[in-house]
Design a protein around this ligand. Structure first.
Ligand code: ATP
Ligand code: MG
Length: 736
């Protein structure tokens, strides 16, 4: 018996050896499967099949007997090497990588062909078929009923058992399977119905399916697992064919055939990126499934008789009736330092023509938000560099501050300026572009690069043309990438641009999944969706490393209507909002922050003491000014007092103007606001404000750098510091 198994085993090895050009290959492919399945529930654990260990002598014999084929294949490899070598002379890394990747794929397909050929040799037939006995014994040892099967048996009497093999099976095997499975079912009061099928695609070995669970001991499955492990491993360090062959050899050396256990389902219907399936008895919500054509999907709906999933790729390739397989993990994305400076899609695949992402870790896209005890209060500032925000609606690390406004009111501009202002502040930035135009994302990337901000930033770009499923998971993917840094003790800024489009994508999915729609046709759980996303932003306690995620979600309103469904939802979830006013924007006030409607509920605690003191009366003064200004449009008789209020209000408004990509540091902002509100700019006209501001900054940077430093570090903005500042400002005012 043993020798037969040995033979079938080495046949695969031969194919590998033929291609790899190595003689001492012991075992093929396998250990990565463990890693992929790590997160799977216990029922899915793969047990290894014990295998006779010494196969070496037979490999030697086999190589001799196949020498002709070895020569042929070696010639093929040499040809490929030559072709790639020549290519390398001309082209640089990117094309080269692609070439190597193709070569690897080809290498695999030739290997596969060889395996199939070898298995069809007449002289091995008998040995191969004798293997069936070994495989089935192993399978019968480990069959069990899953919770899904038990649930099925509650409503049905019969559980279907299918036995599929590449070649006709011996009768005793079939009767054994029938006996053991019937016993298993009887023990829980059910019955079996055994189907015996033949499928030459399996190449060799056999497969037993009980309910939805498959115990697979076929060569086809081994090849599938091998191919998958290859696809999962990008070529990184060494892009030569030598390395490629080495890689093959290493994998071949760690080969050990398994009985693979997985669950299958069947596609019932596919439409508009949604797929309904049956089977997959033990599937979890959010789990990834893989279709026969290679596309992947994520389960979003589990009903009694069917399972709904969204498809990430192109659903046109999926046929109804085709098989679906549980991948055994919740949807996850690559995380780590390697993502910085990159543009990726919602699944973390690079889309910036900078080659592979050399990631080592992944994180699930849905993750539990830190609990109350895991959090620390928001206490350190996250400067945006924008005067109107840092002074009036300060943001702290770990806060969630909404940017809300009509279309084209400068929402994205604020987020991008904030990212640019994080330069040198050891904050990682993640910009999630949902449903934006590709050109806009390209422009943003260019700007970030120009300001040296791309090196600490990751862009997740899901264009409007991408499927609703990808748009839906994009912010969660971003959040997973951010969490990696937060739990490593770093500070992260994440921008969701924008969540209105995200809500629309989710509405589309929900309607396609036939969920009842609620207000504005959005599904009832849209609030939960956004709150579980934004709740993941936090400032962690010191015990957990003290990292933070600051979230800046963006919401687009229609005609300033902040009482629509999605805006009210997100307003109530976040710790404040920056309201951008279309009217102000059209008047030329940039950034068009509406002071009256903007608040920051926790950021005040993180503001520097000097700024806090200086800006304390700013809000009321500005509000007073706007009210008076509106009123004054109708009247002409103005008393002196009102005139003064109007003039100073106008100067203040003017001082808060700021162009894009021009962040101002906190101490300079403090000085400017202090100077204007204390009347040091009273003599100038509003259009001279820009020059005043520039001169003031220059003066304090070049001549009074010590005051700026004191302002930054002072724990209190007291009389002494104030006097110092006043003195300097008087000196400055004299020069005007
Ligand atoms: P959309 O609704 O299309 O996403 P948005 O609200 O994100 O728009 P932006 O794209 O940021 O708005 O800005 C709209 C326009 O306003 C852009 O042309 C931008 O350059 C300009 N803009 C925004 N902020 C400023 C600023 N501070 N100074 C000058 N121009 C600005
Ligand atoms: Mg925008």
């Amino acid at each position: 018996m043993e020798i037969q198994y040995v033979i079938i085993n080495f046949l695969i090895l031969v194919a590998i050896v033929v291609l790899a050009g190595r003689k001492t290959v012991k075992r093929i492919f396998g250990d990565r499967y463990e890693r992929i399945n790590k997160d799977l529930d216990k029922a899915e654990e793969i047990e290894k099949m014990p295998l006779p260990s010494s196969v070496l002598p037979t490999v030697e014999v086999a190589i001799d007997s196949c020498s002709e084929e070895i020569q042929k294949a070696e010639g093929l490899v040499a040809e490929k090497i030559a072709a790639i070598g020549a290519f390398r002379e001309r082209e640089k890394s990117e094309i080269h990588r692609e070439m190597i990747e193709n070569a690897r794929r080809k290498l695999f397909s030739v290997m596969k062909e060889n395996v199939i050929n070898l298995f069809s040799y007449e002289k091995y037939q008998q040995e191969i078929r004798a293997l069936d006995r070994l495989v089935i014994d192993e399978i019968l040892k480990r069959i069990s009923l899953t919770p899904g099967d038990m649930a099925y048996l509650k409503h049905h009497d019969v559980l279907y058992v299918t036995l599929t093999s590449a070649y006709p099976l011996a009768e005793d095997i079939v009767s054994d399977v029938d006996r053991v499975t019937s016993q298993l079912l009887e023990s829980v009061g059910g019955k079996t119905s055994l189907w015996v099928l033949e499928d030459s695609n399996l190449i060799g070995g056999l497969r037993l399916r009980i309910g939805d669970t498959v115990y697979d001991g076929t060569i086809a499955e081994e090849l599938y697992q091998f191919e998958k492990s290859l696809n999962h491993e990008p070529i990184m360090n060494d892009d030569t064919v030598g390395h490629l062959i080495q890689e093959f050899t290493v994998k071949a050396e760690s080969f050990k055939p398994h009985i693979h256990k997985y669950q299958l389902g069947r596609v019932m219907t596919v439409s508009d990126g949604i797929c309904w399936m049956d089977g997959l008895a033990d599937i979890m919500y959010g789990e990834v499934v893989e279709f026969e054509c290679g596309e992947k999907g994520m389960v979003l709906d589990i009903q009694q008789n069917r399972i709904g999933c969204v498809i990430f790729g192109e659903f046109e390739h999926i046929e109804s009736g085709s098989r679906v397989r549980r991948v055994g993990r919740i949807a996850s994305v690559p995380v780590g330092e390697c993502l910085l400076g990159r543009v990726v899609d919602a699944l973390g695949n690079p889309i910036d023509a900078m080659g592979y992402l050399p990631y080592k870790e992944t994180r699930p896209i849905e993750y539990k938000a830190p609990g109350i005890l895991d959090r620390a209060p928001v206490n350190s500032p996250l400067h945006t560099g924008i005067k109107a925000i840092d002074a009036l609606v300060p943001i702290g690390k770990g806060q969630r501050e909404l940017i809300i406004g009509d279309r084209q009111t400068g929402k994205t501009a604020i987020a991008i300026d904030t990212i640019i202002n994080q330069k040198g502040k050891d904050t990682v930035c993640i910009y999630v572009a949902i449903g934006q135009k590709d050109t806009l994302v390209a422009e943003i990337k260019e700007k970030l690069e120009a300001h040296g901000a791309m090196e600490y930033t990751t862009i997740i770009a899901v264009p409007a043309s991408a499927s609703a499923a990808l748009q839906y998971i994009a912010p969660f993917s971003g959040s997973a990438m951010a969490e990696y840094f937060m739990y490593a003790g770093r500070d992260v800024l994440i921008v969701y641009d924008d969540l209105s489009k995200h809500a629309v994508a989710y509405r589309e999915l929900s309607l396609l999944l036939h969920r009842p729609s609620g207000r504005e046709a959005y599904p009832g759980d849209i609030f939960y969706l956004h709150s579980r996303l934004l709740e993941r932003a936090a400032h962690l306690s010191d015990e957990l490393g003290g990292g933070s995620i600051t979230a800046l979600p963006i919401i687009e309103t229609l005609a300033g209507d902040i009482s629509a469904y999605i805006p009210t939802n997100v307003i109530s979830i976040t710790d404040g909002q920056i309201f951008l006013d279309a009217e102000l924007f059209n008047e030329g006030q940039r950034p068009a922050v509406n002071v009256g409607l903007s608040v920051s509920r926790v950021g005040g605690a993180a503001q520097s003491p000097s700024m806090k003191k200086v800006s304390s009366s700013l809000r009321t003064r500005l509000a007073q000014y706007r009210e008076l200004a509106e009123f004054m449009q109708f009247g002409s008789d103005i008393d002196e007092e009102t005139k003064k209020t109007l003039a100073s209000g106008q100067l203040l408004t003017e001082a808060l103007r700021q162009p894009r990509y021009a962040p101002v540091e906190d101490s300079m902002q403090t000085i400017l606001i202090f100077a204007v509100s204390e009347g040091y700019a009273d003599g100038i006209s509003p259009d001279q404000m820009e020059k005043f501001e520039k001169d003031l900054y220059r003066y304090f940077r070049e001549e009074k750098a010590d005051i700026a430093l004191k302002l930054r570090e002072a724990r209190k903005f007291d009389g002494e510091l104030k006097a110092l500042l006043k003195e300097a400002l008087e000196e400055f005012a004299e020069r005007l």
